[in-house]
Design a protein around this ligand. Structure first.
Ligand code: SAM
Length: 197
């Protein structure tokens, strides 16, 4: 784990959050209902935006991130429990959650297909999944530029891939997409999908 990235994550994200990302998170997370699981919750940047959830379980494998997240959880308006764990092996029974959330996380998870299968398993039938991700561009040159930059980027940003087709992965694994919004000339996307079992 790149400890500098964890240490300065909030500082690095601050300008982007204030100018662009916060409103995207607000719009997406107002859809989160009932018993919610957030995967790779990082420092808890989403926590203040849960308004309709009954409770949130926030799963995160990096202890440097969970420390900040636990502090943020105490200020949230809904109960939030921060736990240690990986999205590829979710420590929950089948059909546990009404909503599962992932923001800027499928880019970093080492095995995103396995994580998505696990999300399908622990999400109830007709449950909702909410994602906000950056993705590989379709543009021939810019997509290749993302491929070229990814090895260095991964090293600097704790495993983050600039060139993942995360929105395609969500569809391929079997979720029924009911809403997809592109941002910033298609480099970011929010996906709202239903888990049909
Ligand atoms: C770019 S950060 C995003 C954090 C947060 N979701 C946000 O929106 O600010 C990526 C996060 O994914 C987490 N992560 C890495 N591997 C993971 C895995 N296997 N399962 C779950 N989360 C993982 C990292 O520790 C980090 O907190």
């Amino acid at each position: 784990m790149n400890s500098l990235f964890s240490k300065y994550y909030d500082t690095l994200m601050g300008p982007l959050e204030r100018k662009y990302f916060a409103r995207i998170r607000v719009d997406l997370l107002k859809e989160a209902r009932g018993n919610v699981l957030e995967i790779g919750s990082g420092t808890g940047l989403n926590f203040g935006y849960y308004t309709h959830a009954e409770k949130v379980t926030a799963l995160e494998p990096n202890p440097k991130m969970t420390r900040k997240a636990s502090q943020r959880a105490t200020h949230a308006t809904v109960p939030i429990e921060v736990i240690f764990g990986n999205a590829e092996t979710l420590p929950f029974e089948d059909n546990t959650f009404d909503t599962i959330v992932g923001t800027l996380v499928l880019c970093t998870i080492p095995d995103p297909e396995k994580a998505l299968s696990e999300i399908r398993r622990v999400c109830k039938n007709d449950g909702i999944v909410l994602f906000f991700e950056h993705i590989r561009l379709n543009n021939r040159y810019l997509g290749k530029l993302q491929d070229f930059l990814t090895p260095v980027w991964r090293h600097l940003c704790d495993g983050c891939h600039l060139n993942r087709n995360s929105s395609d992965l969500i569809k391929q694994i079997g979720f029924k997409v009911v809403g997809e919004t592109r941002y910033f000339r298609n480099i970011c996307v929010t996906v709202i999908a239903i888990n049909k079992k």
